[in-house]
Design a protein around this ligand. Structure first.
Ligand code: SAM
Length: 320
């Protein structure tokens, strides 16, 4: 196959010849085009996109390689292929990202949840399961104690963290905040899709201000805030440039949001309450210092599966 130079040429290649393109041919041409345009995992992405447009699974696709592709599917896939080579992340084209084993709806109004953020969820669950605050040892059924665990997911975006936590815990109430109304709509949609909408309150507002204004006290504050230093934003990978800057830009040194969030967390947490924050791999030491300055103890930095510092966690003293 000769080099295909642009997506309009791709349409011609897909539609030329004797009759309608088959699924197999469409995959081959798309994967070839992706390779030419340096799209990683060219064959896999071609399969994901075509399966998405046809509304079937990738496995289903592979059983239909000889079937013709309807003209409207061809038009749609051509449009998506053009956008993918222009840099659009695959997840915005399929409007889907898996996180914590769950499918989340995503669009350019929200950050695409990252696998590293599963460390934040895992660490939060592990802390809460160990914590006496959440009464991990079941009380007798007849005992009327409010055992609801109250926590906040600050900067909820697609709702990935809040929904994952709510799926894993019974009697949890998550206050999920974000500055972006569109993000909250998407988070609500994801909570509904995973049947945890009754456990999550979505509120528009700056960091923990909605919690402070309502006078709520929480057992845990969890957040994956924007933490990329502003000067690094223009040099981010092309796909990341399509994500909301407000979800990524952490100010001059990447720590601007933490400087406001950590003292706020110290105000809303009950004695013995936990703060669990995702961090950039270079922020373990400065984030630890910020937690110390706000009175947190037992501070730990947790690594991700690549061995990078990824989460910092601390606890308020039990009393005083
Ligand atoms: C890195 S994204 C995290 C999204 C999601 N929690 C996740 O882990 O995939 C940060 C989120 O914080 C929100 N955000 C940024 N500044 C905020 C602020 N001052 N108050 C509330 N939310 C904020 C952004 O809109 C964005 O949704």
């Amino acid at each position: 196959m000769n080099k295909i130079r642009g997506s309009s040429e791709l349409v011609l290649v897909m539609t030329e010849g004797m009759g309608p393109a088959t699924v197999g041919e469409t995959l081959r041409v798309t994967a070839f085009f992706f390779r030419q345009m340096n799209v990683a995992s060219s064959r896999l992405e071609a399969e994901v996109l075509l399966a998405h447009v046809m509304g079937i699974t990738r496995t289903g696709l592979l059983t239909r390689l000889d079937e013709p592709v309807p003209a409207e599917v061809l038009a749609r896939i051509t449009d998506l292929v053009a956008r993918r080579v222009a840099g659009w992340p695959l997840q915005y084209l399929t409007e889907k990202q898996e996180f914590w084993g769950l499918d989340f709806y995503v669009n350019p109004a929200v950050l695409i949840p990252r696998p590293e953020t599963e460390v934040l969820v895992a660490e939060t669950l592990s802390i809460l399961r160990r914590s006496s605050l959440t009464l991990a040892t079941p009380l007798p059924r007849e005992e009327k104690v409010d055992r609801t665990v109250w926590l906040a997911d600050v900067g909820t975006g697609s709702g990935a963290v809040a929904v994952a936590l709510a799926k894993e815990m019974t009697n949890v109430c998550v206050v999920a905040t974000d500055l972006a109304p569109q993000a909250l709509n998407i988070a609500r949609r994801n909570a509904l899709a995973h049947a945890v909408d009754e456990n999550i309150v979505f509120v528009l507002g700056d960091l923990l201000e909605p919690v402070i204004n309502r006078g709520l006290r929480l057992q845990a504050v969890v957040a994956n805030p924007p933490y990329i230093p502003s000067a690094e934003m223009p040099g981010l990978q092309r796909e990341v440039q399509f994500e909301p800057w407000t979800a990524l830009d952490g100010g001059d040194d990447g720590l601007s949001v933490y400087r406001r969030l950590v003292p706020q967390a110290a105000r809303v947490l009950v004695p013995g309450g936990h703060l669990v924050l995702e961090i950039d791999y270079r922020q373990g030491t400065p984030a630890t210092m910020l937690l110390e300055e706000s009175g947190f103890t037992g501070i730990r930095v947790v690594k991700d599966f690549q061995g990078h510092d990824r989460v910092v966690t601390g606890k308020l003293p039990k009393s005083g």
